[in-house]
Design a protein. Sequence first.
Length: 267
Amino acid sequence: MTETTITSVPVTGGAIDVRRQGRGGPTLVLLHYWGGSARTWDAVVDRLPAERDVVRFDQRGWSSSRRLPGPYDLDRLADDVAEVVARLGLERYVLAGHSMGGKVSQLVAARRPSGLAGIALVAPAPPRPPAMVTPEYRQVLAHAYDSAENVGQALDHVLTAVPLDPAVRDAVVRDSLASDADAREEWPLRGIAADVSAAAGRIDVPVLVLAGENDQVEPPSVLREHLLPHLPDARFEVVAKSGHLLPLEAPDAVASALEDFAALLGD
């Protein structure tokens, strides 16, 4: 296994601990979902070639970054990505964003930053929310991580289609509870409903979309209707038998798809 280094990277209001391993480009910059952390990607990173340069971190308001001040909105999260990329001096990189991280990735790509080679959207939140994202739905979602019991219910009945290893499941529960209260509410009450379709239309780099066949949060049908029209040239792949937590449920498939995509963009 390639050695992982942790570097404290200054961002607005403080610093983010960035994990990095490998040095072969383009760099994969991994963004986790609402409730996740950098370690959401552990199983995926373990399956990537040892030489692949990988960067990941806890987003503002979560886990080791939970003491960073707000706001915790999508634009600030996108700003953090830009600051991390700049501080690390990444010359060519691919953003891979899961769920909420996928929506952040769309905003970053819409800015057309220098060095961005492509984006991989893993079970992403679409730029235009579907009709099911009502105010009532968002209020219920805002309480999904109120307790370990609530997180467990969400994991077992909504977020996954494949049972997680007990140790992984326990880590996911801890991650979901390790947040600033305002950060925990920002995504369900506002971020998930934000319409960023105009931004998505400005994306001019290659896009890979991975969907879980049995995802109840962002089903393939929702992504086909609410994401692909804004990204007509995106490559769309469905991962069999998986739910919403693709990096945890199907790390082999995710790692293979990300490595193929990064290798193609490295040419």
